[in-house]
Design a protein around this ligand. Structure first.
Ligand code: NAD
Ligand code: GLY
Length: 369
């Protein structure tokens, strides 16, 4: 264990679990996984980019703990979050004889984590799973909290379940091989925590983004620790998003998901990039509604632009098409949609029943700015 190792508990009574953050922890994964699984032959779901980089190391750590690793390697990318891949994965897990008391490991980014989690939520009505996130986005957000899903033709993450992992192992060194573009996309979710309710962390982001994106170890460790602590507290307080607290984590997502759908869930627009544009739109719309100062909008735009994240969409079609995607949002209730809006940096709130005609007019104007 390194001196900078930390453990954060996600406190959910008998479903509580630890998030261990430590450089090189992938080499100790076997000893940490072994006590949590009944099977000695453990399925590891990963993708075609991550497998050649880290599967051998994980297999070696498993072997040292008396486990063997059964790899299930999926095509990399958002398009794998679909019914067909889910079917393939669940059938394969059944072929392997995975039982409820066995654990399945997700080794990859948010796509692998979300898909594996959902497969484990429905396999024999629920088996254990362990997250070993390998992207910044997954290390600061998606691996924690038990939201699992696949995409549907009607929209993103519309088919899914809440199913908590039993363990999260975060190895910041795995980010060494991540592309600059993916690191930056994940950084959008880092900034999100500051914009929601932690203005001091947004100050920190402004001061430290360059170092973080240059993969400075201390900056990455600090960001991962702050984000995981925040997410763990949010999930413990509002696991199933029945109140407003967890909903705040969707800042920028309603706007962003519509853009992702129009980009065909492809690498034309990465999830984190869509979130960056969506957060910008949430701030600009809030300012237009007189809720937030133009100075805060300008500050957010300046920071996202400075780190190279997009702040306006490439999409040039009618806003009505984006609104049609938003009507499929999971937050729709009684025909009304709530949005995460803001009174300024660190002051996000849930605005119930926002008038979609106003959002549509705003988006038509936003595209031409
Ligand atoms: P991803 O899983 O597609 O990973 C991005 C790319 O990086 C992929 O090509 C992958 O193969 C590659 N990669 C992963 N780790 C690597 C490494 N260490 N070195 C080199 N390449 C590596 O995408 P993502 O950005 O991690 O996750 C996005 C997904 O997460 C979206 O589907 C989004 O909906 C979901 N998400 C879920 C939650 C949640 O709470 N469940 C939260 C946020 C986002
Ligand atoms: N990433 C949103 C959530 O976990 O609630």
């Amino acid at each position: 264990m390194s001196t900078s190792a930390i453990t954060i508990e996600v406190a959910l009574a008998d479903r509580s679990y630890p998030i261990h953050v430590d450089a090189g922890i992938i080499d100790r994964a076997g000893e940490l996984v072994a006590p949590l699984t009944g099977n000695r032959s453990v399925a590891v779901i990963t993708d075609t980019n991550v497998a050649p980089l880290y599967l051998d190391r994980l297999a070696a750590s498993f072997a040292a703990a008396g486990l063997t690793l059964e790899p299930i390697i999926l095509p990399a990318g958002e398009a794998s979050k679909n019914w067909r891949t889910l079917e393939e994965v669940t059938e394969r897990l059944l072929d392997l004889g995975v039982e409820r008391g066995d654990a399945v490991v997700a080794l990859g980014g948010g796509v692998i984590g979300d898909l594996t989690g959902f497969a484990c939520a429905i396999l024999r009505r629920g088996c254990r799973f362990i997250q070993i996130p390998t992207t910044l986005l997954a290390q600061v957000d998606s691996s924690v909290g038990g939201k699992t899903a696949i995409n549907a033709a009607a929209g993103k993450n519309l088919i899914g379940a809440f199913h908590q992992p039993v363990l999260v192992l975060i190895d910041p060194e795995l980010l060494d091989t991540l592309s600059d573009r993916e690191l930056r996309a994940g950084y959008a979710e880092v900034v999100k925590y500051g914009l929601i309710d932690d203005p001091a962390f947004f100050d920190w982001c402004e001061a430290n983004a360059a170092a973080l994106l240059a993969r400075d170890r201390a900056a990455l460790a600090q960001a991962i620790a702050v984000c995981c602590r925040s997410k763990a507290a949010t999930v413990a307080a509002d696991e199933r998003e029945t109140g407003d607290r967890r909903a705040l984590l969707n800042l920028g997502h309603t706007f962003g998901h519509a853009l992702e759908a129009e980009a065909g869930y492809s690498d034309r627009l990465l999830h984190g990039e869509a979130v960056a544009i969506g957060m910008m739109q949430a701030f600009a719309f809030s300012a237009e509604q007189g809720l937030c100062s133009p100075a805060d909008v300008a500050r957010v735009r300046a920071h996202l632009s400075a780190v190279g994240l997009p702040v306006t969409p490439d999409y040039r079609g009618p806003a009505a098409t984006l609104i049609a995607h938003m009507r499929q949002d999971k937050k729709m209730s009684g025909g009304k949609l709530s949005f995460i809006l803001t009174r300024g940096i660190g002051r996000a709130f849930v605005a119930k029943a926002v008038d979609l005609a106003e959002v549509e007019a705003f988006l038509d104007a936003f595209a031409t700015r």
